[in-house]
Design a protein around this ligand. Structure first.
Ligand code: SF4
Ligand code: SF4
Length: 470
């Protein structure tokens, strides 16, 4: 569909738009560095042995003002290509700009307009395809998630008065982010995907309580725009403005000069905040954002007071304290770890950070190195695309690779840092735990009350029953 929708007119329009996602594609020299890292094999070098296949198919076509002759719908929006490119060309970003131009997934935009977030019914098809309606209803009843009415009105107003991506310029020589220091208190984001794993969110709060880290939440916080953005339902500027609005909400809750660490269980949220803070560090960008925010009576201040405390950066600061809090060692459990693409995108490095392995290891579980440590799970976008096209339970090539890797390594459970990856693994039949769930279980949390394991689509009873935890 995407392939057919991209006309020469769309390409011309994008090329003339000044969209920051297309900022430097002319610098692409088809070096091929990105080629091996595209999990969707949009740029499968096996197709013709051309290491610059992806570049020639996408950037070279754009340079010539033609539409790329490749099915861009296969892109899982992992941004591995952007992360690895020595010239900071973003094939994923270009494809995302096409999604925006073609209004892909208008249903998610509608949900943002109505609710200010992806509400529970956004996920209904995932449960329906598995015949798990009772599971869905139980979560709706037990864990209602709504943003407050004023916040939803503000989101609607922002989306109904859209700002073009060209209003913003790529950051220019921004300072590297300060190393994260243990914060006194954090703002804990409630991510939309937490609907599926309320136990991951509850586990995070339990861990903070145990560590003595104070956390603040707010129902005025809305979706950051991240998940809808990568699926085509929110544009580049929409995501920036939704996140900037949330920063303004958070700022109002804090003392005037205090530093604010923003955390949560979702790396896509972390990436939205990191990207927004980087863009807002430019005074022209901040002025453009504040011009839009003024329409809803809000303003975002200096980004320097904020830091993004993604859990894979935050928890390792407390490794010794967490180790001291482990009550139930999970020895005998063979776990694989999977680091989300968006965490690595945020860090600007494809290297697998040691944080997730170290955290899993201190629970006593046996961490088994597997390919899925750094490979894409298949992506939430692909999961929703399959539901929309009526092939909900058909596995993608990446899904099959994940299943094969799980079986070959004789794993009991995959451990992830992302509720989106968790949903993908869970839906394709792989027992999975968010790292917050794993840590909370090891710290003695009730598997059903706090971690709410019965809410998973794939049962964890065989794995956790074997080690006496269920
Ligand atoms: S997009 Fe970047 S990494 Fe890929 S071929 Fe072009 S210059 Fe090389
Ligand atoms: S974002 Fe990921 S799937 Fe899309 S082109 Fe880049 S590497 Fe390939």
């Amino acid at each position: 569909m995407i392939h057919d929708a991209i006309t020469e007119g769309t390409v011309r329009c994008l090329l003339g738009s000044g969209d920051p996602r297309l900022r430097n594609f002319r610098l692409c020299n088809a070096c091929g560095s990105c080629t091996p890292y595209c999990p969707a094999r949009i740029n499968d070098p096996g197709a013709n042995g051309d290491p610059g296949y992806l570049a020639r198919r996408v950037t070279a076509a754009l340079q010539a003002g033609r539409r790329p002759e490749v099915n861009l719908a296969d892109c899982v929006q992992c941004y591995s290509c952007e992360t690895v490119c020595p010239r900071s060309v973003s094939i994923g970003g270009i494809i995302n700009a096409v999604y925006e131009a073609e209004h892909v997934q208008p249903i998610f935009r509608r949900m943002l307009l109505d609710r200010g977030c992806l509400p529970s019914h956004a996920f209904f098809p995932v449960y329906a395809s598995k015949g798990r309606l009772a599971n869905f209803v139980a979560k709706v009843v037990r864990y209602p998630y709504r943003v407050d009415g004023r916040a939803a009105d503000e989101v609607r107003s922002l989306l109904e008065n859209p700002v073009g991506a060209s209003a913003f310029s790529p950051p220019n020589g921004t300072e590297p982010a300060r190393p994260l220091a243990p914060p006194d208190r954090v703002f804990h984001l409630r991510s939309c995907c937490a609907f599926n794993y309320p136990g991951a969110d509850a586990s995070q709060r339990r861990i903070f309580d145990a560590l003595g880290v104070r956390y603040v939440t707010s129902r005025s916080q809305t979706c950051c725009g991240g998940a809808p953005h990568y699926m085509g339902g929110a544009g580049f500027a929409d995501r920036l403005l939704l996140t900037a609005r949330n920063l303004s909400v958070i700022q109002d809750l804090w003392g005037a000069d205090d530093e604010i660490a923003v955390t949560g269980i979702c790396p896509t949220c972390s990436d939205s905040y990191a990207a927004a803070l980087e863009l807002l560090s430019g005074s022209a960008n901040r002025a453009a954002a504040n011009e839009a925010l003024a329409g809803i009576g809000r303003e975002v201040g200096s980004p320097e007071i904020f830091s993004v405390a993604n859990i894979l950066n935050l928890y390792p600061l407390y490794l010794d304290e967490i180790r001291g809090l482990i009550e139930t060692r999970l020895s005998g459990l063979r776990v694989g770890v999977h680091v989300s693409c968006h965490y690595r995108k945020m860090n600007g490095s494809l290297a697998v950070p040691p944080g997730l392995q170290n955290l899993a290891a201190i629970t006593g579980a046996q961490v088994v190195r597997s390919r899925m440590e750094q490979y894409c799970c298949g992506g939430v976008k692909n999961l929703f695309d399959r539901h929309l096209s009526g092939h909900a339970n058909e596995l993608s090539r990446l899904n099959r690779l994940a299943c094969l890797d799980f079986a070959e390594n004789d794993l009991d459970v995959m451990v992830v840092d992302c509720p989106g990856c968790e949903l993908v693994y869970d839906h394709i039949g792989i027992p999975v735990l968010h790292v917050t769930e794993l840590l909370a279980l090891a710290m003695g949390a009730d598997p059903r009350e706090t971690v709410y394991l019965q809410g998973h689509l794939t049962s964890l009873s065989p794995a956790l029953g074997r080690i006496g935890l269920l």
